[in-house]
Design a protein around this ligand. Structure first.
Ligand SMILES: Nc1ncnc2c1ncn2[C@@H]1O[C@H](COP(=O)(O)OP(=O)(O)OP(=O)(O)O)[C@@H](O)[C@H]1O
Ligand SMILES: [Mg+2]
Length: 248
């Protein structure tokens, strides 16, 4: 059974009739890290929001563990490009939002949130508001909030693109480490990115979408072992192939 199945998804804006997504299908299996790439405006964010149950598709369906997704569900969490933290809540309280739908006691929520603070290197900042944090730390709060409910699937929309390269690199390694060491519950990731090197570093499957109405133009499987050396011949070859697929 696939964890997530995207089945012939289409989306158009009813008022303008503008067709954004046309017949997109793919599956995310357990342990997969999928990157979605494609030209700006082709509907990547829309597709990810449809998968999350935040937008209703015009056609097709998304299933999570064989159940049709009709709205947000606990098994899939979202990480936003601009962090989407609530400025009037402390960092600890922001993380606790991720726990709000769980049927556990307040004490347990407190304990879990504090544990996440430590795991994500935010100790000392829990009682401050997000405005005191650097971009990298804000995104740590964003990811901690997303994994708090112990989802199986993480949906990330350009999560590192507003960070400087050094910070982005650290966060990529942290995420890879957490996935491989199974220190978080997540076992499948679907991530939108514009960064080809990032996709080849992280993904085992890269889905290249066309201009809108977007459809799957090409699926690249990345078979390089981990940790991946960005300077290796294999790595550079796949980077070139993905660039070519996008430009085609
Ligand atoms: N309310 C709306 N009515 C009509 N079209 C819209 C509306 N909102 C967004 N769009 C269009 O939907 C398309 C898909 O948007 P989306 O944000 O999903 O693209 P994207 O691939 O994530 O882009 P980017 O790479 O820039 O993040 C865009 O072309 C956008 O102009
Ligand atoms: Mg987008």
């Amino acid at each position: 059974m696939s964890i997530v199945s995207v089945d012939k998804i289409s989306f158009n804006y009813e008022n303008s009739g503008l067709e954004i997504i046309k017949n997109v299908s793919f599956k995310a299996e357990k342990g997969e890290f999928i990157c979605i790439m494609g030209p700006s405006g082709c509907g990547k964010s829309t597709l990810l929001r449809i998968i999350a149950g935040l937008i209703k598709p015009s056609g097709g369906k998304v299933t999570y563990m064989n159940r049709t997704v009709t709205g947000p569900i606990l098994g899939m969490s979202f990480v936003f490009q601009d962090f989407a933290l609530l400025p009037w809540l402390t960092n600890l309280e922001n993380i606790k939002i991720g726990l709000s739908l769980l049927d556990i006691s307040d004490e347990e929520k407190d304990a879990r949130a504090k544990e996440l603070v430590e795991r994500f290197g935010l100790s000392g900042f829990e009682d401050y508001y997000p405005n005191v944090l650097s971009g990298g730390m804000k995104q740590r709060v964003g990811i901690a909030r997303a994994v708090a409910s112990e989802p199986k699937v993480l949906l990330m929309d350009e999560p590192f693109s507003s960070l400087d390269e050094l910070t982005a690199n650290t966060l990529r390694s942290d995420i890879t480490y957490m996935l491989e060491s199974k220190s978080i519950s997540v076992n499948s990731v679907i991530m939108v990115t514009h960064n080809v090197e990032e996709a080849v570093e992280l993904a085992n499957k890269i889905i290249v979408l066309s201009e809108k109405p977007s459809h799957v133009k090409e699926v690249k499987v990345v078979k390089i072992g981990r940790p991946r050396n960005k300077r290796s011949e294999d790595f550079i070859k796949i980077v070139d192939e993905v660039y070519a697929a996008i430009a085609k």
